[in-house]
Design a protein around this ligand. Structure first.
Ligand SMILES: NC(=O)c1ccc[n+]([C@@H]2O[C@H](COP(=O)([O-])OP(=O)(O)OC[C@H]3O[C@@H](n4cnc5c(N)ncnc54)[C@H](OP(=O)(O)O)[C@@H]3O)[C@@H](O)[C@H]2O)c1
Length: 287
């Protein structure tokens, strides 16, 4: 017997979706263990913690012993596929019944977008191993705009190479809400959910919503990919900058505009819209 028998293990528990998911599971009274990298990492309150690292298979095996279900998310890096496949293989060996994998909207293995290729490859590995699974495939996170919060506060603008394309962007809290239901209620094994907001919005509309929420005008600048890349080089690893350019080219082609009803269908509550996101984060944007 392990002290974690029957628990739900949440990886990325200090990150954006994982921390929101731990809060949801704690609120539901579900047995939850937050996987963190170091003993000093702060996991959301009310959860047990276990220390493990995606680069250390032995630590993953110890963390997964006795676990019933697990939520898998890693940062999007050059090593994400390798790290996620390692986790999946260890989870299969430990007899985990249900893996809930954070993938991405429109993931396919022949995509021109590297993020979509690696997520699709991980999904394939999960299927090959025959582990019970649910794939969560969210579109662009509204919370990604928080990376521009300083710029919006200080200069009243933000930028992206996306033109006037619509994207059915989604609030991270809704991804966590879907994950919490999928992990605690029956009927979701073997399913894939594209997770989107309630409408597809342009970045101009996002700027207007943030302006309305903060009471200060916000301008959206459509910039060429080269200018966007130049602003990010040195801040993010090159692999990720190039991946973001591929991602924005995919958005700009209008390939991420479809709206799916999964948030409302799975959770019983409509997905949050851009106005709600902007209102709830108005302080960060200078409101
Ligand atoms: N951003 C978007 O618009 C978007 C859209 C769709 C899908 N996605 C997908 O979402 C995923 C990122 O999700 P997220 O935003 O929830 O993650 P996140 O906020 O980047 O958090 C990453 C988590 O992973 C942990 N971590 C990092 N390296 C680790 C290691 N070696 N061992 C164990 N834990 C480690 C971090 O812990 P520390 O606190 O220790 O660093 C953190 O808790 C990516 O796969 C991306 O492709 C993103």
């Amino acid at each position: 017997m392990s002290e974690r028998d029957g628990t739900i293990l949440v990886t990325g528990a200090t990150g954006s979706t994982g921390s929101a998911l731990v809060r949801e599971l704690v609120a539901r009274g579900a047995p939850v263990t937050a996987m963190v990298r170091g003993t000093s990492s702060t996991a959301p309150q009310g959860a047990a913690t276990v220390v493990a690292d995606f680069d250390d298979a032995a630590s993953l095996a110890a963390a997964l012993r006795g676990v019933r279900a697990a939520y898998l998310v890693t940062p999007s890096s050059e090593r994400a596929q390798e790290q996620q496949e390692r986790f999946v293989e260890v989870a299969a060996a430990q007899g985990v019944e249900h893996l809930v994998v954070l993938s991405q909207y429109a993931s396919v293995e022949d995509s021109p977008v590297r993020f979509l290729r690696y997520h699709a490859a991980v999904e394939r590995r999960v299927r090959e191993l025959g582990v019970g699974h649910t794939f969560l495939r969210p579109n662009l996170y509204f919370q990604g705009l928080l990376a521009f919060a300083d710029m919006i506060r200080e200069q009243g603008r933000f930028m992206a190479p996306i033109g006037d394309a619509r994207v059915s962007a989604v609030d991270v809290r809704d991804i966590a809400a879907v994950a919490a239901v999928v992990l605690t209620e029956p009927g979701h094994v073997g399913r894939s959910y594209e997770i989107t907001g309630p409408t597809a919005v342009t970045h101009e509309e996002i700027a207007t919503a943030i302006g309305a929420a903060t009471g200060r005008p916000v301008e959206f600048l459509d910039v060429p990919p080269e200018a966007f890349a130049a602003a990010l080089r040195g801040v993010l690893p090159d692999w990720q900058v190039d991946g973001l350019l591929e991602d924005y080219a995919h958005y700009a082609r209008g390939e991420a505009a479809r709206v799916f009803p999964s948030v409302a269908e799975v959770t019983g509550t409509p997905a949050r819209d851009v106005a709600t996101f902007a209102r709830d984060h108005a302080a960060a944007f200078g409101g």
